[in-house]
Design a protein around this ligand. Structure first.
Ligand code: MSP
Length: 454
């Protein structure tokens, strides 16, 4: 059976991870755990983007060779993911031999099918963006570190697939989400698409994967990096593994890398004759003082500091419930007397299919609040004096509701959920009503999220 395949971007190792990287990774982890909760098998990929000018320059600044620099940076990501309870299935680094080999296989394949050619190129290059920009983009003044470059390079025939791509985006509602991003890409595709320069002469940049048919060149970092999504499941090496995973169900990305993922990547896949990912989902940015976080702006929030101060699950919960993904969500309606009926209205799969993580958490928390309302209304502490049996039923309903709500929150706050389930004496992981055994002793209860006293 095919896995539900989720990816995060692979992060540049030019700097330590910040809260933005942590956000996308927690989002992928939470999605993966939610999918498992509804009995799907998942494959969750994350990793590091280790080639290119940015990394080479960061290494030079530290006086290290690029590979040593990458090896020194990787543990910061791995340790953070461990602290954040991230259960990835694979962690890929683009300098690993398994990735390099598949990138070279693909370059050869695309070259042999006639979609790569050599040409002279003169244009404006943005070092901070690692790509050639158009005259129009240059005029916008939005690009830093721009210089004019003239050289011979290899090009990928991206323009050949423009029509096919536009049709795909227009016809398939699920492909680029949310719809504002879809419109953004369609807007970009109104102009004629140029071919993509996919090589860098070694005289200018050494730190990359060598082009298999010309050893004077290395591969452009984005052509290399995007391939991680199929090199991890072993494209061209292991058919069974590949088909068990590809196509990805969702590429989670920030809106900053929308063009590379929804234009470069699908056209590369078209050239390889491979199915496209089912969804590319672009979320917004976490901002500090209205600005995007970045090392050069010096306004980066460290996830480690937040974890130390508030605890892992608080950070996970905050990030998952505060970022609105897509549109605002209607509240589920309440039948406050019937908890199990209300529970059945929480449609996890539907919310997951549209990536409404905040909406899903809101539904679950509304339900948790309604357990409180139910208790206030039925007052089992008074009822017990008049009708012991009925008081018992009320308490059971409340405890069972709490068990299921806790399970539903476990993808977001795995550790705290386990504490609550242990207190309830339950190790039943079914979301079906009736999983809590009557007569179990309840453990002693301490506040799950104690207030922070300043
Ligand atoms: N290496 C490329 C991606 C290659 S994927 C084939 C890259 N790396 S990055 O380190 O710059 O990470 C970018 C991603 O980090 C964003 O797309 C987003 O997922 C996440 N975030 C970085 N800053 C962010 C915020 N301030 N807010 C939310 N997420 C952000 O681009």
């Amino acid at each position: 059976m095919k896995n539900y395949y989720i990816t995060t971007p692979i992060y540049y190792v030019n700097d330590k991870p910040h809260i933005g990287h942590a956000y996308t990774t927690i989002l992928a982890d939470t999605l993966s755990r939610f999918r498992q909760l509804i009995n799907q098998k998942t494959f969750f990929l994350t990793g590091l983007d280790e080639h290119g000018l940015k990394v080479q320059q960061a290494a030079e600044k530290n006086g290290a060779n690029p590979q040593d620099h990458c090896d020194a940076m990787a543990p910061a990501f791995l340790e953070l993911w461990k602290k954040l309870d991230i259960q990835y299935s694979d962690f890929i680094r683009t300098t690993e031999a398994r990735h390099v080999k598949i990138v070279q296989n693909i370059l050869t394949e695309v070259y042999n099918n006639g979609d790569i050619y050599k040409d002279k190129y003169e244009g404006w290059y943005s070092i901070s963006e690692e790509r050639f920009i158009t005259e129009k983009e240059l005029d916008s003044g939005l690009f830093r570190d721009v210089k004019k470059i003239e050289e011979e390079n290899y090009f990928f025939k991206m323009s050949k697939y423009q029509k096919q791509l536009i049709k795909k985006i227009e016809d398939d509602e699920e492909f680029i989400q949310p719809s504002t991003r879809k419109n953004e890409v369609l807007g970009f595709l109104k102009q004629n698409l140029s071919d993509l320069c996919i090589s860098r002469p070694k005289t200018r940049l050494e730190w990359g994967i060598e082009i298999p048919f010309d050893k004077d060149y290395v591969t452009y970092v984005w052509f290399d990096a995007l391939i991680n999504y199929i090199s991890s499941p072993k494209y061209s090496e292991d058919k069974e593994c590949f088909e068990e995973n590809w196509p990805a169900d969702v590429h989670l990305i920030g809106k900053d890398i929308l063009t590379t993922h929804s234009v470069y990547w699908p056209t590369m896949l078209m050239s390889l004759n491979l199915p496209l990912p089912k969804t590319i989902f672009a979320h917004g940015w976490w901002l500090t003082d209205e600005e995007k976080m970045s090392k050069s702006l010096g306004n980066v929030i460290s996830p480690l500091m937040l974890i130390d101060e508030f605890g892992v699950d608080s950070v996970r919960y905050y990030l998952m419930s505060e970022m609105v993904l897509g549109l605002v969500i209607p509240q589920c309606d309440h039948d406050k007397n019937d908890l199990s009926n209300q529970l059945s209205k929480i449609d996890i799969e539907k919310k997951l299919n549209t990536f409404k993580m905040d909406g899903l958490i809101q539904n679950i928390m509304d339900f948790v609040r309604s357990i409180n309302v139910y208790m206030e209304k039925n007052q089992p502490w008074k009822l017990v004096k008049e009708d012991k049996e009925l008081a018992g039923i009320v308490l059971y309903n409340a405890a069972e509701s709490l068990r299921i709500a806790t399970l539903m929150l476990s993808p977001v706050i795995p550790k705290k959920s386990q504490e609550i389930l242990d207190t309830l004496g339950s190790n039943n992981s079914s979301l079906e009503w009736g999983g809590l055994k009557s007569g179990e002793k309840i453990g002693s209860i301490t506040p799950i999220f104690p207030r922070i006293v300043k």
